[in-house]
Design a protein around this ligand. Structure first.
Ligand code: AMP
Ligand code: MN
Ligand code: MN
Length: 358
């Protein structure tokens, strides 16, 4: 039985499995961290790693630079996540999850104190800069939570209970409910194992994808009113004024780029969200989405951000209107160079295959 499970392990090369296994075996006190503005995969993989380490008898400290949304407080262990000010200097190992570069850890990672500690990077961003002592980067995985399914199996940690809820959260949120183009049979198999372990898809969907505040919906409405469409790129801005007028929380408004991408007339979508950073400066969070055959990760990378071909982002200094205009133009250029319009592709297929079609 164990043998057949082992054979199903994917995406965990033998040398990485060995390196991760021995790094964890040698450590007792382990700092786990994920990215700023944490999403479901960041929070799910952080808490999931915590449950994996606890079941191995380790002492994990789970830290995030930005407070996670209470939308995720159903995941067991949520209340134990600490902020950067509670992070000390001495750990045996640091595990960084779902972050493509060290700056994504925000204030949790202080190089002066931490760069002598072994750093294990577990990530699925194609733009990952391989900044750890051990780097397990699997761009063909839809979520870091999927990678942790394979890690738990390799370490003989049961995929059930608290761990299953945490990991299924990241799988569901990063795939938008198993709808993204990278949702393949392996993603579904991982989800099956987690549901067999007791996690429930419909409950997690109800808590995450299908849960918005009224103020958040009104903020979407205000932003959609000003949406622009040019050269098959659609984009919208979310200003600080709009957020205040709607009475919306910081995280309300997230997900709008995905909705914009449903426009039949567009292949690429973007939202530009105005925020005040810790230094009190106006910054613009840019969030990009692309339909299959299009890639927004390279535009994000060129602007100092990162991500995946279908979903990427970057953070730029304001002002909002200028950033939106410049980046929307860059996305249109990328769109022009990437692929012929889908209509043309379909019509050439139809012509080749349906000569009698009238
Ligand atoms: P989001 O649009 O915030 O859901 O992010 C989409 C993808 O882009 C995620 O995989 C993020 O990790 C990545 N991403 C977003 N913003 C940044 C950034 N400033 N730097 C690097 N990666 C980013
Ligand atoms: Mn993430
Ligand atoms: Mn992710």
């Amino acid at each position: 039985m164990i043998q057949s499970h082992k054979r199903r392990v994917r995406h965990l090369p033998a040398d990485i499995e060995q390196a991760i296994g021995s790094a964890i075996a040698q450590a007792q006190s382990i700092l786990c961290v994920s990215h700023v503005a944490p999403d479901g995969d960041a929070i799910g993989s952080l808490l999931g790693m915590g449950w994996i380490l606890r079941s191995l008898g380790k002492n994990p400290i789970l830290a995030l630079a930005d407070a996670p949304s209470t939308d995720f407080d159903y995941i067991p262990g949520f209340a134990g996540i600490v902020g950067a000010s509670s992070v000390g200097d001495d750990y045996d190992l640091i595990i960084c999850l779902d972050a493509s570069s060290p700056d994504r850890m925000g204030a949790v990672y202080r190089p002066a104190a931490h760069d002598r500690i072994p750093l294990l990077v577990i990530d699925h961003h194609i733009t990952n800069t391989q900044f750890g002592a051990i780097n397990w980067v699997a761009p063909d995985c839809a979520a870091v939570c999927q990678m942790l399914v394979y890690l738990a199996e390799a370490l003989n940690v049961p995929l059930s209970g608290n761990l299953a809820v945490a990991l299924l959260t990241g799988l569901i949120t990063d795939t938008l409910g198993f709808r993204t183009s990278n949702t393949d049979a392996h993603v579904l198999q991982a989800a099956i194992r987690l549901t067999e372990g007791g996690a429930r898809i419909q409950e997690i969907v109800a808590r995450t994808l299908q849960s918005r505040t009224y103020a958040g919906l009104r903020l979407w409405g205000a932003s959609l009113n000003g949406a622009m469409l040019e050269n098959r790129v659609i984009w919208a801005k979310i200003s600080l004024v709009q957020r205040a007028q709607a009475g919306a929380r910081n995280e309300d408004g997230d997900g709008l780029a995905g909705l914009l991408l449903s426009a039949k007339e567009a292949d690429i979508s973007a939202t530009f969200t105005e925020r005040i950073n810790r230094a009190g400066e106006v910054v613009v969070e840019c969030s990009f989405r692309a339909k299959p055959d299009f890639d927004v990760s390279q535009v994000a990378l060129a602007y100092g951000g990162g991500g995946h071909p279908p979903a990427a982002g970057c953070t730029l200094n304001g002002p909002l209107d200028k950033v939106a205009a410049d980046v929307a133009a860059a996305l249109q250029d990328a769109r022009q160079t990437q692929a012929q319009p889908i209509g043309q592709k379909f019509s050439s297929t139809l012509t080749a295959g349906n000569s009698t079609h009238g």
